[in-house]
Design a protein around this ligand. Structure first.
Ligand code: SF4
Length: 128
């Protein structure tokens, strides 16, 4: 090996044009990712809005259930006397919301589970 060989620079020269092209490619990729991210964020916002709409509908239903459970003439001491739920589990009702009356009929405790009243067709306003 000659002395000149040892003096050769080990640095590889890159043209500024190559670097500019690389930066341009990176910028395009970044823009693409930002656009995709923006689409994803927009989709998540729309899904969240749908969920809020659904939850607000449930809240309205819940308020109406509470109102019906308090104003229905079949609701006596917090229990519904109109329905006999002999097998609560078959209709998806937890047994913690059911009590057997002196007549041995199982009544829904609407005071604790007013959801039961939401779609009830037997509602009748209490007469004063
Ligand atoms: S609305 Fe229906 S479930 Fe509720 S207390 Fe009246 S009769 Fe019973």
């Amino acid at each position: 090996m000659s002395v000149e060989d040892n003096l050769k620079p080990s640095i590889m020269l890159i043209s500024p044009t190559d670097i500019e092209l690389d930066i341009k490619k990176l910028e395009e990729q970044l823009k693409l990712h930002q656009d995709q991210e923006s689409d994803n964020v927009q989709k998540i916002k729309e899904d969240m809005q749908r969920l809020w709409d659904f939850v607000s509908w449930l809240r309205v239903a819940q308020v109406q259930g509470v109102w019906k459970s308090k104003t229905c003439r079949h609701s006596i001491n917090g229990r519904c006397n109109a329905w006999n739920v002999s097998e609560p589990e078959r209709i998806g009702l937890s047994s913690e919301y059911v009590e057997a009356g002196s007549d041995n009929i199982k009544h829904v405790v609407v005071e604790r589970y007013p959801h039961f009243c939401i779609t009830c067709p037997l509602y009748e306003a209490k007469r004063s």
